[in-house]
Design a protein around this ligand. Sequence first.
Ligand code: DGP
Length: 115
Amino acid sequence: MTDASIFTRIYRGEIPGDIVAETERVFAIRDIDPQAPVHLLVIPKDETYRDVTELASGDPALLAEMVSLAKRLADEEANGEYRLIFNNGASAAQSVFHVHAHVLANIEENKLVGF
Ligand code: DGP
């Protein structure tokens, strides 16, 4: 049996993490190392899917639920505009292999991060 991901452990309350929103199947936390004034992670509660490629083919409705929560958070914390980033694979800077979307907003002009 593999260990639960860090995000699953946060959701279970085993590791500190501020859950800022949740839906039936998705939750959101603030990134520990923010790259923009608003930097949230939107994460499925179930860690079955490693990355967005697997998720899109396995459960597109869950992907849609993630995008919907991202938009709701961008409305609540910014002006509704946001970047949505999925890193896919270690050489593309993915470090946690439990699919998650980075939601970045209130980005200063010319300060787009490349991570
Ligand atoms: P990625 O590199 O795309 O796999 O993004 C993983 C993100 O997860 C990274 O931006 C930092 C964040 N992260 C890692 N550990 C923790 C943690 O314990 N708490 C929180 N809030 N974020 C974390």
